[in-house]
Design a protein around this ligand. Structure first.
Ligand code: ADP
Ligand code: GN1
Ligand code: MG
Length: 362
């Protein structure tokens, strides 16, 4: 079915004016849809769900429908505007949360107007506001019935499991690429012992399982153009039980880095300690005192773990023929891996400072 016809399957208002590819997500295919009704333009976000990654679209969309209606109630109770502060699914004409066309699945969201999502920090304030919003998102979901959530990607942040998969990819070297990544493979192998730190503490019940977002990069938050506040957390595909340290860590990995995720000049890649500090401050404010002493102590470990894990995932994908993350050039996943490992190495150099900043706020 053509995109135009697919869009007609949803309860959008007005006539279709345009549809074009949109955003910089690595997973789904995202389109901006514009319609016109009575001379008024309206925007929507139309997405093809990546069903190679999310195998069960029913479960995925059930999670998102339940989480967004839970958030809507809370936002209304607090006197907020759910039309801007949470995602809203636009149902199909027969009342479903997504449309299936053969083995392809599509969904429609309302567009969060007058806001931007950023691929790099524009000003420190953006980053601080994103921290408050991601912390607040976690607070809002603190009494969400976690047992009702489907695990959309099992073992998503199980770093030791990710490491096993990585080792198999190195071993298999199915595309003959391992020789190009020798230093990166060695860097990860040398840190093998670190990977089970958080999963071990979780198993020993020393860290609490919470409902977390799990993909808290800066471009998964909409920042209000007028007020500069983090208005709406988006990309809810991986909202699942997880650790606060995953959410904190992934934001640092992406946003507190001085270079883009795919920068090829590694001399530009470092951890910005001022941004790190701002994020700690904003995240703790958003979490409203809910983090335990152990969680607070381990924020730097969360940042480093998510950076190493993401580097490992990019490298695994490079070695396995680039089937997971969408790439836009040759070696893109290898370049992305290199920035992550350079950032992790810089975190190791700045470890004492990261620890002392964190303790100051804890
Ligand atoms: P992916 O899972 O591929 O990362 P996202 O759901 O994050 O896909 O969407 C990709 C991009 O599209 C986002 O980074 C953001 O810029 C934009 N976007 C997504 N949903 C909305 C929305 N409801 N309103 C405005 N922009 C959106
Ligand atoms: C993917 O979907 P997107 O682009 O927001 C990935 C994250 C990675 C990130 C790296 C479902 O996020 O886990 O950290 O790329 N999402 C999924 O940029 O795997
Ligand atoms: Mg995204």
């Amino acid at each position: 079915m053509e995109k135009q016809e697919l869009i007609q399957q949803f309860t959008v208002e007005g006539n279709l004016v345009s549809v074009c590819e949109y955003g910089n997500g690595h997973i789904n295919r995202t389109y901006l849809v514009e319609t016109e009704a009575d001379g008024k333009r309206k925007k929507y976000i139309f997405q093809q769900i990546n069903t190679d990654i999310f195998h069960d679209a029913d479960q995925l969309m059930e999670n998102i429908a339940n989480v967004t209606s839970f958030l809507k109630k809370k936002i209304e109770q607090a006197g907020g505007d759910p039309g801007r502060e949470t995602m809203q699914i636009i149902p199909t004409k027969d009342g479903k949360g997504y449309y299936r066309d053969g083995d392809k699945c599509f969904r429609m969201y309302h567009f969060i107007t007058d806001s931007v999502s950023l691929d790099m920090v524009r000003s420190p304030r953006d980053f601080y506001e994103s921290a408050v919003a991601f912390g607040n998102f976690q607070s809002l979901l603190s009494d969400y019935p976690a047992a009702t959530l489907h695990e959309t990607i099992p073992d998503f942040h199980n770093t030791p499991r990710r490491f096993e998969t990585f080792c198999k990819a190195v071993e298999a070297d199915s595309f003959g690429r391992a020789a190009q990544a020798k230093p990166e493979i060695a860097f990860l192998m040398e840190r093998k012992k670190e990977f089970s730190l958080l999963t071990d503490l979780l198993e020993q019940k020393k860290l609490p399982l919470r409902v977390t977002h799990n993909d808290t990069k800066l471009n998964n938050i909409m920042i209000d153009q007028q007020t500069g506040t983090g208005i709406c957390v988006i990309d809810l595909d991986t909202v699942m039980p997880g650790l606060s340290l995953y959410d904190f860590g992934d934001s640092i990995r992406f946003g507190a880095c001085t270079a883009a995720e795919d920068e090829t000049d590694l001399t530009k890649v470092s951890l910005d300690l001022n941004l790190y500090e701002l994020y700690v401050k904003g995240y703790l404010q958003g979490c409203q005192g809910s983090l335990t002493e152990q969680e607070l102590e381990l924020l730097p470990e969360g940042a480093k773990m998510m950076t190493l894990e993401c580097g490992m995932r990019f490298l695994t994908d490079f070695l396995s023929g680039d089937t997971y993350f969408r790439i836009h050039r040759e070696h893109h996943n290898l370049d992305r891996c290199r920035t992550q490992l350079a950032l992790a190495a810089d975190m190791e150099r700045k470890w004492a400072e990261m620890k002392s900043i964190t303790r100051r706020f804890a």
